[in-house]
Design a protein around this ligand. Sequence first.
Ligand SMILES: *Cc1c(COP(=O)(O)O)cnc(C)c1O
Length: 377
Amino acid sequence: MTAKAAAFLRRDNGATPRLVIDLDRVERAYGAFARAFAEARIFYAVKANPAPEIIARLARAGASFDAAGPDEIALCLAQDIAPERIACGSPVKKRADIAGAFRAGIRRFAFDARGELQKIADAAPGARVLCRIQADNTGAQWPLAHKFGCPRDEAVCLLSDAATLGLEPLGVSFHVGSQQHDPARWAQAIETSAGIFSAVEAATGQRPRVLNIGGGFPVRYLEPVASIERCARVVGDALDRAFANRRPEIMIEPGRALVGEAGIIETEIVLIAEPGERDGRRWIYLDVGRFNGLAETAGGAICYRASVPGRKGRAGRVVLAGPSCDASDMVSGNAGACLPSDIQVGDRLLLHCAGAYTHSTSSVGFNGHRPLALTCI
Ligand SMILES: *Cc1c(COP(=O)(O)O)cnc(C)c1O
């Protein structure tokens, strides 16, 4: 929640749909991570919200950055962020983009397949590589596991071969799935990683030195979630158990948890259809939906808390939908949303904790609906 963004929206009558980001709230979230994970280096996953103002604020606070493609890298370099503070955490990169990143001075690259390792060896000779492994994503509201990560034995094999390709086998990375509700997932993946460290050491005589525990830290959308402090305790205990006194350097890559709660989307109510006009439910159509900022509402995965400032009627269940002529353009999931009964067409409706994966995923203008605008305050 951000009272500052809500206050800004009360006095500023800008066009909707728009996202307002409270940069102080982003900085506070970073501070909470830096305290909770005191031994870790924090790489902000730029894709969560690549606004230059956010990058600049986090850079000033001391963050490093996980940048996937050339434009995210350029964005960081444009803020005078040193290449040592940028890592390429995506395991899928074009050869030319690896070469470009290497020319810019970036040396940390992730991979999860031999083809990618070979590309890095060719285009970024001598670079430091992290092997992304499969991690159990159970408990994540936005899982990533089906697409990324190699099995344990393959990781041992690829990391062992990295040195013969002229690369430095830096370590292991994983992602337990975004908006992960169960901190035990990190503990599980840390234990697997420790086994890989030992196996690579046994095979090559050289022990990897970095463990990247990824992102996934949850934001409070509707339900309470595990705090960053609790996640950090579970991670710390798991590191003690798995690595004892041979603790690796730790990288973390939070995206959602650094920017999610700093953002509010303001949208306009375009149409209200009463229960008798539809399926017995009250339908509220907004000027924002799946195609102009709310990509993560797909299949009801992420549900935002909605409110309508100034309306005090009795709360009732409604269905929230986007404006486009596409049936999948739904905003609320199966449970619907809870809104005052006296809302009117033209009212401004707020969607809370909407700072992550909204602005940058907005389409260029599907169905003639305006992309989500962004203001950082
Ligand atoms: C998206 C991504 C992250 C950030 O994940 P969150 O769930 O937003 O914290 C971190 N690392 C990598 C490699 C990613 O692709």
